[in-house]
Design a protein around this ligand. Structure first.
Ligand code: FE
Length: 181
C-alpha cells in the first residue's frame, strides 16, 4: 500500500496546479473589460446624487463596484500623492460629490488654494454630508473625514483653514466628482 500514497499526493498536486492555471487564465482575459466598466460612475449602481439612503454593503461588493484606484483610497483609506490630484488646482464653480456614492459633499464657494497639494475646503455642503473618525495611525492623532452616506474615506480635516470656519478639509481628488453649477 505504501508506494500508492506518494502517487496520490502527486496526482492531487497536479490537479490543483491545473485548476490554478485555469483560474489565472480566466482572470487575465476578463481584466481589461472589468477595469473599463469600473472607471465610470454610470456603471456604479450605488451612485445616486439625490438619494439620502445610507449604503451598507460588503467590502467585496465595493471592490467589484469601484475602480482599483478609488477602492484603494475610499475603502482602504489610502492617500493620493500630493499635487497629483485633478482638483488640486481647480477652481470652477460647481459641486463636489462623493465618487463612490454621489452624496453632495462640498460647494466650490468653500474651496480655497491651501497649497498643501490636495483640494481643500473650509466647510462641507451640509453638516451631515460627512462624518468624523479619530485616526491614530502614523504616530499622529488626526480627524478622518468620511462620506456621510457610504462611509468612503475622503481625507482629513485640520484646524489651520481660513475664516469663517478655520477648518481645512484636505481631500483626495479621486474621492470626489465635480459637476458645474
Ligand atoms: Fe459616499
Amino acid at each position: 500500500m505504501k508506494p500508492i500514497i506518494p502517487f496520490v499526493v502527486f496526482a492531487i498536486f497536479l490537479n490543483i496546479n491545473s485548476i490554478a492555471q485555469v483560474n489565472t487564465a480566466n482572470s487575465t482575459t476578463k481584466k481589461p473589460q472589468q477595469i473599463n466598466k469600473k472607471m465610470t460612475t454610470s456603471a456604479n449602481p450605488y451612485f445616486n446624487k439625490t438619494s439620502k439612503e445610507k449604503i451598507k454593503i460588503s467590502e467585496q461588493e465595493w471592490e467589484k463596484t469601484l475602480s482599483p484606484a478609488l477602492f484603494e483610497i475610499a475603502r482602504k483609506k489610502g492617500t493620493e500623492r500630493a499635487y497629483t490630484g485633478k482638483y488640486d488646482n481647480f477652481f470652477d464653480r460647481g459641486f463636489y460629490y462623493c465618487a463612490a456614492c454621489g452624496n453632495k459633499l462640498f460647494e466650490s464657494d468653500s474651496k480655497f488654494a491651501s497649497g498643501c497639494g490636495w483640494p481643500s475646503f473650509f466647510e462641507t455642503y451640509t453638516e451631515s454630508s460627512v462624518q468624523y473618525i479619530t485616526d491614530k495611525t502614523h504616530g499622529m492623532i488626526r480627524t478622518e473625514v468620511v462620506c456621510g452616506r457610504c462611509n468612503a474615506h475622503l481625507g482629513h480635516v485640520f484646524d489651520d483653514g481660513p475664516k469663517p470656519t478655520g477648518k481645512r478639509f484636505c481631500m483626495n481628488s479621486i474621492s470626489l466628482v465635480f459637476e458645474k453649477k
